[in-house]
Design a protein around this ligand. Structure first.
Ligand code: PLP
Length: 392
């Protein structure tokens, strides 16, 4: 079966957050949604549901939960019960709900940086204190690699730390943590009696032959202290439909989370549920083709940067469609995204939004047709060349 990821889809004029935020002359390579059409089974399922024409309140879908139970078993050998699944309208909500559900006001929450911005704000929003420890950055030639720094985590943890927020696969650095690394995290959380909230929203966006391992699948003991967050949103390009989920096998912990949601968190959008069901049940072939396309996009971008942008260092992500670009030696100032927006007309995320270790970086989204990616890279190169000319 072949799938077309090459033909651009016009997204201007659709109130797309990604495309409408900046001016018409700006190429948006920032927020994490892709420029591809969703797989046809999702579009067909939505069309059929829309044609039925009645959009009353929904309830949890038994079919979706059964599909998820089967999927966790098939992909990860992870046995979960349907009752463990709690539907959520989004995972930023999920991070906030979990921060609110675990521990008490004033307790602390620990995470690694750089990391997706809401990891840093959710604990604060919920009257917790935030503790952070940077991932370890190593450079091989111009390629950056990020690893866990367990000694760093040991240094910052305190007695009132109750929760560890894990991002796996990691946004923005693109790591998919290995079994050994996850075992280290799990051992650390067991030793300090921490609840683990593992945001695995990018778990299907695997590049090359990378495998994803849910941390909760390591052992029943780890599962008992873990809340896993997942969603079809990033993978199948349906983030605007608002259907996500938490897997919480520990019944007491699940109750705490449900109590933190009570009266505040709305039901999941009924069309989002339809899309999620079709995504998880019928779109494996599309997903396989998407992974190959994204892997080729990543390689194309890296080759272009290696050849034409000598001032930048970069990550080679194992998962996600995000490149983390080190602009510290490019002579473009301490807000590189502003430079590129002004001089290249390309929008990317500013590194500082991802916390400590993000200074001087930008995040580039390569989940777009190759021709658009190439245009964006050429515009970035031209802007960097002008900066190099301007250097004394
Ligand atoms: C790690 C991570 N968690 C959560 C989200 C957002 O989730 P939602 O759109 O469901 O709020 C993103 C979006 O980029 C993300 O990268």
């Amino acid at each position: 079966m072949s799938f077309d990821f090459d033909t651009p889809v016009e997204r201007r004029g659709t109130d797309s957050g990604k495309w409408a935020w900046f001016g018409e002359d700006v190429l948006p390579m920032w927020v994490a949604d892709m420029d591809f059409r969703s797989p046809q089974p999702i579009i067909d399922a939505l069309e059929a549901r829309v044609q039925q024409g009645v959009f009353g309140y929904g309830m949890d879908s038994k079919a979706l939960k059964e599909t998820l139970v089967e999927r966790m078993q098939r992909l990860y050998g992870w046995t979960i019960e349907p009752e463990a699944i709690v539907m959520l309208p989004g995972l930023v909500s999920g991070l906030n709900i979990v921060s609110r559900a675990v521990g008490a006001p004033g307790d602390s929450v620990l995470t690694n940086t750089p990391v997706y911005g809401p990891f840093l704000t959710a604990p604060i929003n919920q009257q917790r204190r935030l503790l952070t420890s940077p991932l370890q950055e190593t450079r091989f030639g111009r390629q950056l690699r990020y690893d866990l720094d367990m000694a760093g985590l040991e240094k910052v943890i305190v007695d009132d730390t109750r929760l560890f927020l894990l991002c796996n696969p990691q946004n923005p650095v693109g790591r998919a943590f290995t079994r050994n690394e996850l075992e280290e995290i799990a051992a650390f959380c067991e030793q300090h009696d921490l609840i683990i909230c593992s945001d695995e929203i990018h778990c299907d966006l695997l590049l090359d032959e990378t495998r994803h391992i849910p941390i909760a699948s390591l052992s029943p003991a780890v599962a008992q202290r873990t809340i896993t967050l997942m969603a079809p949103s990033k993978t199948f390009n349906v983030p605007g439909l608002g259907a996500s989920l938490a897997i919480i096998q520990n019944a007491a912990l699940r109750k705490q989370v449900e109590q933190a949601m009570a009266g505040i968190v709305p039901h999941v959008n009924i069309l989002g549920v339809v899309a999620a069901e079709a995504a998880y049940a019928q779109c494996d072939a599309w997903l396989q083709a998407l992974r190959a396309y994204l892997t080729a996009n990543r390689d194309f971008a890296i080759e272009f940067i290696e050849t034409h942008m000598p001032a930048l260092n970069y990550t080679c992500p194992e998962a996600t469609y995000l490149l983390w670009l080190d602009c510290r030696n490019a002579g473009i100032g301490d807000k590189p995204s502003e430079y590129f927006l002004r001089e290249a007309k390309v929008a990317m995320n500013e590194g500082v939004w991802f916390g400590e270790g993000g200074e001087g970086f930008v995040r580039l989204n390569f989940g777009t047709p190759r021709a658009i990616l190439e245009d964006g890279l050429k515009q970035l190169k031209a802007a960097l060349d002008r900066a190099a000319v301007a250097l004394p």
